[in-house]
Design a protein. Structure first.
Lengths: 318, 314
């Protein structure tokens, strides 16, 4: 009997556990069945939400900028050469701001593309492994420097240096901004170009060496051309970064709303205008809508640049 | 089961710490009679340092009132008063009739208090031999009609004009008094080559390092690193922007510094405005380099506006 009771006790212990395990297993199976569609739905939703956000931002910008053109002619906005927002009557000519952005961006690109692609080539193809790793982490640190710190350096150090070097009236000019922006775009350009260069198939290299090409010939004539789509994409993304950057240009370019004729002149960009003036506008005023219109112009530019970058990235992947 | 028992304590721990944080916040015993709260003061970049000093003294006296002071420019302060995102708008210029109208449309009725006086100083590099200019000279320089220092007895160097951003009250004041020479219908504008800098400190930095530069700012930003010019008007004598000259109003670019509230200030905001006007508050303005309102009234006209009026123009 004692043995029997023992057994029954054991049984009574085992049985529910077995049941529980069985229950658990079936629940798990059920969960697996439900969870996959749920997760899939979540991922799809988050994808759609991002698209929706971009679309809504665009609509919002469009709505508020169109409000400007009810009072202020579109042609005058796009071709006006004077930006005098607080005069009476105000003038909202976007030409000086647009050209300011174009000048700063153009020179930033001229400075940072050769530097960026050059260092990407060095990191990807030439540098020994130890140096390569150090360089890569330094490039990442470069990306982490806050733009306001760079702007500060621009005011205190770079501006005066440029003024003395080029004998300018003031160091607060387009070039100061271009140099700092070039510095900021470097990490983007270096890391994406480097990816593109390392992505070139090994067989290309081997074929080039097999034909008796030197290291430099292989790099310059074989690897660089075959990575060109990726490099163009890197450059375009760098441009996107430069066009949209605000703090540095607001701090160092002098913000004079002139139609620029030289990069050594003070100038005012689209982004600096929005940042400098947004705080003082009252919601619903003409000036407020004018800044949204400036934002729309900026959005169209960055959208176009990113779109082109995307086209090239796609081609690079193919 | 195991999964659940693991999750349990973790959620409990998070809940407990959140509760503890909330309880700690409530736990501090505050005398219900003691004033407490949060005041947002926003606006004039000229006044931001002085107001910050006032608010620090104020917070010593009322430890349960927290005052947040931000600059950005008088326009920023006035806009945020209208958008109801601040309690006190500081401004180095009077509100324009258009702004008061706009405020009324938004259900805001600005009440003006003069908290101090200021002279808009015109500064040049210490190596610049020019010592005095008239308002008319300044007009010609800042509208771009005069472009070389030689014309004013200086070196043969181009003039670089520095201004604040359009959100600045000092910019607006300078535009009315110098660019438009005090005439409302004057269509003159700042020369397009004028650099628009985002803060008074940026103007100090540029003038201190650039022999060709000329800029303007509130007298609180004067220092040994730059040289303030004597300013004259219409062939009269020239004066330096000193406390005495601003008080006597002999300095041509003298102005009031204002605090705007929505309606008559009440509760903690009233305490703050009262403290600003008290000797302890006014002392901070003196220390920051401005002219206090409390010592002998400068002129009858200025004295009248010290009390403040509700939406003067309608």
């Amino acid at each position: 009997m004692p043995a029997g009771t023992n057994e029954s006790i054991v049984q009574s212990h085992v049985k529910p556990r077995a049941l529980e395990v069985g229950f658990h297993a079936s629940m798990k199976r059920l969960w697996r069945k439900i969870s996959e569609p749920i997760i899939e739905l979540c991922i799809r939703l988050s994808g759609l939400i991002v698209v929706l956000f971009v679309f809504l931002i665009f609509l919002f910008l469009l709505r508020d900028s169109l409000s400007l053109f009810r009072h202020y002619p579109l042609v005058q906005f796009l071709t006006g050469r004077k930006w005098l927002p607080i005069s009476d009557p105000p003038q909202f000519g976007v030409v000086p701001l647009l050209l300011g952005s174009v000048y700063v961006t153009f020179w930033a690109v001229v400075i940072c593309v050769p530097l960026g692609v050059g260092s990407a080539m060095f990191i990807a193809e030439v540098a020994p492994k130890a140096i390569k790793n150090v360089l890569k982490s330094f490039v990442e640190i470069l990306a982490a420097i806050p733009s306001v710190v760079l702007g500060f350096l621009g005011i205190i150090w770079l501006g005066p240096v440029l003024r003395d070097t080029f004998h300018l009236s003031t160091g607060m000019c387009g070039l100061t901004g271009s140099l700092l922006l070039a510095f900021m775009a470097l990490p983007t350009i270096i890391s994406i170009s480097e990816d593109a260069l390392t992505g070139v198939p090994r067989s290309y290299r081997e074929a080039a060496y097999g034909l008796g090409a030197t290291h430099w010939q292989t790099l310059w004539r074989v690897i660089l051309p075959s990575a060109s789509s990726g490099i163009v994409a890197a450059v375009m993304l760098g441009i996107g970064r430069v066009v949209g950057e605000t703090m540095v240009v607001l701090m160092v370019t002098g913000n004079a709303p002139v139609v620029p004729t030289s990069i050594l002149q003070p100038l005012r960009t689209l982004t600096a205008t929005i940042a400098g003036e947004m705080g003082e506008t009252v919601g619903g005023s003409e000036h407020y809508y004018a800044l949204f219109a400036v934002g729309l112009v900026l959005f169209v530019i960055t959208f176009a640049v990113n779109f082109i970058a995307d086209l090239f990235l796609r081609r690079a992947r193919r | 089961m195991d999964d659940k028992s693991l999750m349990g304590p973790r959620t409990q721990a998070i809940l407990a710490s959140v509760l503890a944080a909330i309880l700690a916040g409530c736990g501090e015993s505050v005398d219900p009679n003691e004033p407490q709260g949060f005041i947002q003061a926003k606006g004039s970049d000229t006044m931001v340092n002085a107001i910050q000093m006032v608010s620090e003294e104020f917070m010593k006296q009322y430890p349960h009132i927290f005052v947040a002071v931000t600059g950005g420019g008088s326009g920023v302060g006035i806009a945020s008063l209208i958008n109801k995102t601040c309690d006190v708008a500081t401004a180095s210029r009077e509100m324009k009739p258009k702004e008061i109208e706009l405020a009324n449309q938004h259900g805001v009725y600005p009440k003006e208090t003069v908290v101090a006086y200021d002279g808009v100083a015109v500064i040049v590099n210490r190596n610049n031999p020019v010592d005095k200019l008239t308002i008319e000279d300044l007009h010609n320089i800042f509208t771009g009609k005069a472009t070389n220092w030689k014309r004013f007895g200086g070196k043969d160097l181009p003039i670089v004009t520095l201004s604040r951003e359009v959100s600045s009250g000092t910019h607006m004041y300078f535009k009315e008094e110098v660019i438009q020479l005090g005439k409302k219908d004057n269509k003159d504008e700042f020369s397009k080559e004028t650099l628009l800098l985002t803060s008074s400190q940026a103007i100090v930095e540029e003038v201190a390092g650039n022999e060709e530069a000329i800029g303007y700012l509130g007298m609180g930003y004067l220092s040994d690193r730059t040289k303030a010019l004597q300013i004259g008007k219409g062939g009269g004598e020239s004066y330096l922007p000193t406390v005495e000259n601003v008080l006597k109003k002999t300095y041509p670019l003298s102005r009031g510094l204002y605090a705007y509230t929505n309606g008559e200030p009440q509760g903690i905001v009233k305490r703050f405005i009262d403290f600003t006007l008290s000797p302890a508050g006014q002392k901070q303005f003196t220390e920051a380099g401005f002219v206090p309102v409390q010592i002998s009234p400068p002129t009858a006209e200025l004295q009248n506006s010290t009390g403040g009026t509700v939406a003067r123009r309608d």
